[in-house]
Unconditional design. Structure first.
Length: 152
């Protein structure tokens, strides 16, 4: 092929049929990048099939802000860095009178068929399982793994 000839890039036709998922990230998931040195975005791309958008509920950033004020040392710094990371994604205003951040996450995740939640919170993961919502969580303090995706 000469330098003047160009070829069209190959397109994976299968991805067009895959619905774009929404990935909701909670507070401990934002902090894990700094606690365990795991690249959150890279790991999400590895474990979630197809295209997705990451959103962070405003309540999650508020929770981390509270942690920066109440904690000290390393934990406060990880929370501050978690806020910075969270602000690189879409921040979602979730309407409702929720007692806890987890309640807001479960509500939005249960209302949509295409949602995945990233969390290490065992109680939240149990609530998500009960609602049939897939989740991604840390395994062996080294990488992310999926739970609840068909075929995984």
């Amino acid at each position: 092929m000469s330098e003047d000839e160009q070829t069209e890039p190959e397109v994976d036709e299968g991805e067009e049929d895959t619905p774009k998922r929404t990935v909701i990230v909670d507070a401990n998931a934002l902090m894990m990048q700094f606690q365990y040195h795991v690249d959150l975005e890279q790991e999400l791309e590895r474990v979630i099939p197809g295209a997705f958008d990451v959103i962070v509920p405003r309540q999650v950033l508020d929770e981390l802000e509270t942690k920066t004020e109440r904690a000290s040392g390393k934990e406060a710094e990880e929370a501050r860095l978690g806020i910075e990371l969270g602000e690189t994604f879409e921040v979602a205003e979730i309407e409702g009178d929720f007692e806890k951040t987890d309640d807001a996450i479960v509500q939005i995740a249960a209302d949509r068929d295409d949602t995945v939640v990233v969390t290490n919170d065992k109680l939240l993961r149990a609530q998500l399982r009960a609602q049939g919502v897939p989740n991604v969580h840390m395994r062996s303090k080294a990488f992310l793994t999926v739970e609840g995706f068909p075929g995984f």
